[in-house]
Write a protein that binds this ligand. Structure first.
Ligand code: PCA
Length: 215
């Protein structure tokens, strides 16, 4: 019998004055997908996000940790390549904390690369007709903290899970209150996450492809 691949898929609670977070709206719809996906909502707080992720990952022993967050202003599904060991909060988190110049992990490496095959995931989304890009900065807020922390955690877990992060655009109802901001409809976001899970269930090897940015 082939062992089932387990994906821990996380989204965030709303933050920054928004009533909803597209990441949780989409992630919760994937609960139980292909008997492999476990959906988890993370608090948008520096103090709790990684504790909740770590506790759940240790209890469930997923093969893959895929975290999802809102990136208002981005137009495409952003496959994050790099998490950095820096917290620089532009706005307070959901507990009113606004840390500045702090490491995610004291004494940790400067950065981690996602261990997910971001080039292959981008190609899969493009084939499915969904706008996608590789991003080389997840910012310096809670999402970057979770990407860095997930990679740090995964590196320490004995069964060696893969870990990575995806930023997604606003939902149309959010963009309506941010004139000029791009958005992606919920069914498209859900289709994108399903496509990513399909791809990861098939394996985590990367492809050769041109990527990168010049700015
Ligand atoms: N986006 C924020 C944190 C939670 C979320 O969904 C970020 O990009 O850091």
């Amino acid at each position: 019998m082939v062992a089932l691949v387990k994906i821990l898929l996380t989204g965030f609670e709303p933050f920054g004055g928004e009533a909803i977070n597209p990441s949780w709206e989409a992630v919760k719809q994937l609960a139980g997908y292909k008997d492999s996906v476990i959906s988890l909502m993370l608090p948008c707080t520096f103090a709790q996000s990684l504790a909740v992720l770590g506790q759940t990952a240790r209890a469930l022993e997923p093969d893959i940790i895929l975290c999802v967050g809102q990136a208002g202003g981005r137009a495409a599904i952003s496959l994050e390549k790099v998490g950095i060991n820096l917290i620089e909060a532009r706005i307070p988190d959901n507990q009113g904390q606004q840390p500045s110049g702090q490491p995610v992990v004291a004494g940790g490496p400067t950065a981690y690369f996602s261990t997910l095959p971001v080039k292959r995931l981008r190609a899969a989304l493009e084939t499915a007709g969904i706008p996608a890009e590789i991003s080389y900065s997840a910012g310096t807020y809670v999402c970057n903290q979770v990407l860095y922390g997930a990679c740090h955690l995964a590196a320490a877990l004995p069964w060696g899970p893969k870990a990575g992060f995806v930023h997604i655009p606003y939902l149309p109802e959010q963009a309506a209150r941010h004139p000029g901001s791009p958005s992606m409809a919920l069914p498209t976001l859900v289709a994108a996450l399903k496509r990513l899970c399909d791809e990861l269930l098939a394996g985590t090897t990367e492809i050769e492809a041109v990527a990168g940015t010049t700015h």
